[in-house]
Structure formats: structure tokens, C-alpha cells
Write a protein that binds this ligand. Structure first.
Ligand code: AMP
Ligand code: GLY
Length: 423
């Protein structure tokens, strides 16, 4: 098949990276992005439909003979966009609403992992504030405890607590003050684990699962992992402490039981499964599952993928995924996020961005919170751009990425200087 029209849904750096990789496919003729950003507007075609407008997206896909739709963010998946497109006979990459519960309900994911023997932190689920508060002392260890809103909370519904007092405040915020809205109607009180974190994204057709490059993101806003949590200030891979044996162990103990379990429950998982892991002394354990590509992990994972992403996604959808379709480039890759001043709290928008033309040719600049205003690229979000570089080793890639970062300017641009540098 050739001449495929592909629609990518979303507007961040992840979606720019998906569009960039899909456009390299031999079978793809045109890539459209809804709603996209300034970067996707320049390289592809933006469609002004919001990622939450499921009916609008469906009508557009039908009217424009879209042969493959790829969903970036979790909310449309949790709202059943895949079921809706499939019911209309369209080809779409991602899990159904039932399968997406692995991310959209942490309570579902915990119960599922318990039933299928997938290693994760011990947790209990509560819907009543008083009962949760009464149970807290049983969960708080010398390491602390973690309180989580069960539902989707834009990556913010997790509060890591050092002691009982912090945990009581967290519970109060989530269950009484409803700081994450209805996402906090159900709450998890969870054992606090420790160890380095790892993101392993796997592609699956519901039966066969193949890992992509193992990667690690940097969630805190400032250098040396200081400051507030963000969506991710950068990522790199493969991390030096992760070898093939560890990836194999994660596939055997975590990914394969999950894929088998979902199929056995009658809700086969097709798409990309993002395992957020902690490498504990007792082996790798699941922190969370996401039902989509990670951001900014995608901006390193896809440049390292040696394969045709559209063919791979179609193979997943058609139940014929083969590990031979997925190879990795050698070396390492890093991406550094440039953020608006003030991110992750309030920040200005509309700041003119300059220097994009001067970025060295061996960098890839993925746009996130950008838009075009009278042909000028301006900021329009918290995470503005992600500058990616590949190199023979991590050190080379990091130096190359920062060479690109330093050519780009907007007022009070903020980025971490230690991405991929051992923190
Ligand atoms: P999540 O949104 O579930 O990925 O959680 C956000 C961050 O909170 C994770 O990246 C971890 O750093 C931390 N976290 C979540 N759950 C735990 C846990 N059980 N133990 C320790 N840290 C955790
Ligand atoms: N980088 C974290 C995420 O995509 O959820």
C-alpha cells in the first residue's frame, strides 16, 4: 500500500516527533496534524480541530480518506476515540477505551497487576476520606508514602510524601478540596519505592510486544532534580545502567504478563504501552502504565528507531507485529526541552522565538508550545521546543543537543543544563 494519508492527533513535541517519523515512511504520502503547532504547520498540514473533539476528528478522517490515525494524548484514548473510529471502519493506532484503563484508572491498573502477578508497589484504593485517613499509618514507612488520584489528572495527580503529616495533607487536598477534580474521587495509598526510574515503551498488536529504546526522562524543573515536577524537561537513552538483560527481564516479568492478561480479560491491548518503572533492589516494578507515547521520551525513542513507523503501526493494528520490523540505531540520543519562564506554574505566551534557522543540521527541533503569528514563531505553551541530537555515545549526543539549544532564543527561556549528564 502506498499513498497513505496519516492524521496525527495532538499538538505537542511528541506529536511533532510522530509526524516527523511517519513522514519518512515509504507508504505515507501526506501527514496531517490536528491541531498541531508551528513546527507541524511548516513541515506538514495542520487541521484546526481540537484533540478533544472526537466527532469533528471522525468526520474529518472520513471526509478526507485518512488511511491511518495516530493518537498522541491520553484523554481522547480514555474517551474512546479508538472504539469510535473502529465502529466507523477506520484504521486507528491506539488502545480501546477498555484497554486504556491501564492509564485512565490507576485503581484498575493496580487490581489488574495484582491479578496477573505484575510487580508494583503495594497499594490500597479508597473512595471515603475517613477510611483512607485511618489506613494511612499502615502504609507510611521510613521511606514515606505516595498518594495518588486514580483518574487522569494531566500528569499531576501524584503526591510523594515523606511522612504521615504530608500524607494527611495530600489526602485532604485530593479527597476534600478536590484539587484534581473527579480524578480524586478514588484514591490510591501506595508504598513508596526507591531506585532509578526507567521508561520502556513497547509496541504491541495485542499478542506480540516489542520494546523500543529504553529511556529516562527528567521530571523536575531545575538542574540536579530540584524544583517542581513538570511534564518532563528532557530525556535520553539508552541509560548506561540498562542493558539487554534488564530489558528482557522487564519484558518477561512485566510487559508480557500484562499483554497476556489484557487479552485474557477480553480487552486486548493494541498500540504503544508505556511502562513507567522503578528499578528497585527487588527488581523492576511498575510505577504506572500510560496508554500512549511519552513526552519527551518520544523525541528520543523515534529518532533511534530504525524502521518504518507507519508499517509498524499497521502491523500492530492488523495483528501481525514482527520483531524484525523494529530495529534500533546504534549510539545514544538526547532531547532538551526549552520551556517558558515560570513553567510549570504560570508563564507568558506569545514570546517571539529566534535562532531556529541557525540550529545545526544534525539537530532535530521538535515544536511543542509554539504557534505562528503573522509568520513569526511565538511561544504558546509551557514546554516550547525540544532539541534532539543523536550521537555515537551519550556524551557526544548531549554536547550536540546543547549546541542546538544555545542557538535558540526567546525571552527568559528556561532549560536544564544537566539532561543526560548523569542526574
Ligand atoms: P506517575 O504520574 O504515577 O508516574 O508518578 C509521578 C512520579 O511520582 C513518578 O515518576 C515517581 O517519581 C513518583 N512516584 C509515583 N509512584 C511512586 C512510588 N510508589 N514510589 C516512589 N515514587 C513514586
Ligand atoms: N514523560 C512522562 C510522560 O509522558 O508521561
Amino acid at each position: 500500500m502506498s499513498g497513505l494519508k496519516v492524521l496525527v492527533i495532538g499538538s505537542g513535541g511528541r506529536e511533532h516527533a510522530l509526524a516527523w517519523k511517519l513522514a519518512q515512511s515509504d507508504v505515507v504520502e501526506e501527514v496531517l496534524v490536528a491541531p498541531g503547532n508551528a513546527g507541524t504547520a511548516v513541515s506538514f498540514t495542520n487541521v484546526p480541530i481540537a484533540d478533544g473533539d472526537l466527532d469533528g476528528l471522525l468526520a474529518f478522517a472520513q471526509e478526507n480518506a485518512i488511511g491511518l490515525t495516530v493518537v498522541g494524548p491520553e484523554v481522547p484514548l480514555a474517551n474512546g476515540i479508538v472504539d469510535k473510529f473502529q465502529a466507523a471502519g477506520l484504521t486507528i493506532f491506539g488502545p480501546t477505551q477498555a484497554a486504556a484503563q491501564l492509564e485512565s484508572s490507576k485503581a484498575f491498573a493496580k487490581a489488574f497487576m495484582a491479578e496477573h502477578g505484575v510487580p508494583t508497589a503495594k497499594a490500597a484504593v479508597f473512595t471515603e476520606y475517613e477510611a483512607a485517613k485511618a489506613a494511612l499509618p499502615d502504609f507510611v514507612s521510613a521511606d514515606g508514602v505516595v498518594i495518588k488520584a486514580s483518574g487522569l489528572a494531566a500528569g499531576k495527580g501524584v503526591i510523594v510524601c515523606d511522612d504521615l503529616a504530608q500524607a494527611e495533607t495530600a489526602l485532604q487536598e485530593i479527597m476534600q478540596d478536590k484539587s484534581f477534580g473527579t480524578a480524586g474521587d478514588e484514591v490510591l495509598v501506595e508504598e513508596r519505592m526507591s531506585g532509578p526510574e526507567l521508561s520502556l515503551l513497547v509496541l504491541t498488536d495485542g499478542e506480540t510486544a516489542v520494546p523500543l529504546l529504553p529511556s529516562r526522562d527528567h521530571k523536575r524543573a531545575y538542574d540536579n532534580d530540584q524544583g517542581p515536577n513538570t511534564g518532563g524537561m528532557g530525556a535520553y537513552g539508552p541509560p548506561a545502567d540498562v542493558d539487554q538483560t534488564l530489558v528482557d527481564e522487564i519484558m518477561t516479568t512485566i510487559v508480557e504478563p500484562t499483554i497476556r492478561g489484557m487479552a485474557a480479560q477480553g480487552t486486548p491491548y493494541v498500540g504503544v504501552l508505556y511502562a513507567g518503572l522503578m528499578l528497585t533492589d527487588a527488581g523492576p516494578k511498575v510505577i504506572e502504565f500510560n496508554c500512549r507515547f511519552g513526552d519527551p521520551e518520544t523525541q528520543v525513542v523515534l529518532p533511534m528507531l530504525d524502521g518504518d513507523l507507519a508499517e509498524i503501526m499497521l502491523a500492530c493494528i492488523n495483528g501481525r507485529l514482527d520483531a524484525n520490523l523494529i530495529k534500533q540505531h546504534s549510539g545514544a540520543c538526547v532531547t532538551v526541552v526549552l520551556a517558558a519562564p515560570g513553567y510549570p506554574s504560570s508563564y507568558p505566551k506569545g514570546l517571539p522565538i529566534s535562532g531556529l534557522d541557525a540550529v545545526p543540521g544534525d539537530n532535530i527541533v521538535f515544536h511543542a508550545g509554539t504557534k505562528l503569528a503573522d509568520d513569526q514563531v511565538v511561544t504558546s505553551g509551557g514546554r516550547v521546543l525540544a532539541v534532539t541530537a543523536r550521537g555515537a555515545d551519550l556524551k557526544t549526543a548531549v554536547a550536540q543537543a546543547y549546541a542546538g539549544v544555545e542557538t535558540i532564543q526567546f525571552e527568559n527561556a528556561h532549560y536544564r543544563t544537566d539532561i543526560g549528564r548523569g542526574n
